[in-house]
Design a protein around this ligand. Structure first.
Ligand code: ATP
Ligand code: MG
Length: 309
């Protein structure tokens, strides 16, 4: 199957000479929800802007729905809904007109029932007659989402849609995303909230300094997240891990005074009970034990540091 978004070796160097994307390749299947994670300045917005035709790539190519983003710009763009990172709305326009106008921009006939459904989903229906400037910051973000959805895009880019918004909007947005997923809409989301990526993404891509460092199924990443380490300090140092404990893949500290055991908290059993019994059977006395867990956040920070090295 061809990918609905296919990015091949895309590079973007801005006029000042800054390279914001270097050789980005990424294939996204139809109906997938992918979260782009990365620090400020990583290139997330640049990638989205390139795919939406807001900024032109310096080299490489990309297609959306099979349409080249440069040569087939209009067809590609017609499939795309974009919720931009920055709020850009006409302050004196009314909510409902703003949303209807967005649909018209794509040459779609006005659809009052659809506009109403979207405004209700985003809790904006009561505010439909309000002017944009009378809305709070979070409400403006909701309008941006409504605008992005009203022409029924097949591919939706959400560039930090929930930055600085309250828990309720975040939940509303997650619900909207679930509904879109059910309709087969492909969603590319950037976020600095790792729990948001956990809640809604199928795959996670990590980007830093214009390069994709990793693309992985969320569940696989979560398994890594579920990894914990049990450190066992021994009463007496040992030269080597006793042969009877070979099955546990224990790591012996260089000074021989502690053993580390890695286990998965999401598995059926951690194996800790058996391990402790086996340690006793091998005649090893314990001085202390402790556990540590690597968070998704730590995994990212570690990855980005390694990338920088
Ligand atoms: N129009 C522009 N002209 C020149 N440089 C730019 C422009 N837009 C972005 N950049 C630079 O490109 C790099 C990537 O920026 P980008 O906005 O893509 O990052 P981001 O990953 O979206 O960051 P954030 O998490 O802060 O939104 C940054 O170094 C930024 O300063
Ligand atoms: Mg950005």
């Amino acid at each position: 199957m061809t990918a609905i978004v296919d990015v091949d070796n895309l590079t973007k160097t801005y006029d000042g000479g800054l390279t914001a994307l270097s050789g980005v390749s990424l294939r996204i299947e139809q109906g997938e929800i992918i979260a782009l994670l990365g620090p400020n300045g990583a290139g997330k917005t640049t990638l989205i802007s390139a795919l939406c035709g807001i900024t032109s790539p310096s080299s490489g190519r990309a297609t959306v729905g099979g349409h080249d983003i440069v040569t087939g710009y209009r067809k590609a763009r017609a499939m795309i809904g974009l919720v931009p990172q920055e709020v850009a709305l006409e302050p004196f326009e009314r909510v409902i007109n703003t949303v209807n106008f967005s649909r018209g921009l794509f040459g779609r006939r006005r659809d009052d029932a659809l506009t109403e459904k979207i405004l209700r989903q985003l809790s904006l229906w009561d505010k439909r007659r309000a002017r944009i400037r009378e809305l709070s910051g979070g409400m403006k973000r909701r309008v941006l989402i409504a605008k992005a959805l009203v022409h029924e895009p097949r591919v939706l880019f959400l560039d930090e849609p929930t930055a600085g918004v309250d828990v309720e909007l975040r939940r509303d947005m997650w619900r909207v995303v679930e509904g879109l997923r059910a309709d087969g809409v492909t969603i590319i989301l950037t976020t600095h909230y790792i729990e948001e990526a956990e809640a809604i993404a199928d795959r996670i891509a990590v980007i830093d300094k214009g390069r994709i460092l990793l693309v992985e199924e969320k569940t696989a990443l979560m398994t890594r997240l579920g990894r914990k380490t049990l450190r066992i300090d021994l009463r007496e140092p040992v030269e080597a891990v006793p042969a009877s404990l070979a099955d546990y893949d224990l790591e012996l500290a260089p000074d021989g005074r502690s053993l580390s055991y890695h286990y998965d908290t999401r598995g059926d059993g951690t194996g800790i009970t058996r391990l402790l019994q086996a340690l006793a059977a091998a005649g090893l006395g314990l001085r202390d034990i402790q556990t540590t867990q690597s968070s998704l956040e730590e995994i990212f920070v570690g990855m980005i540091r390694e990338g920088a090295a």
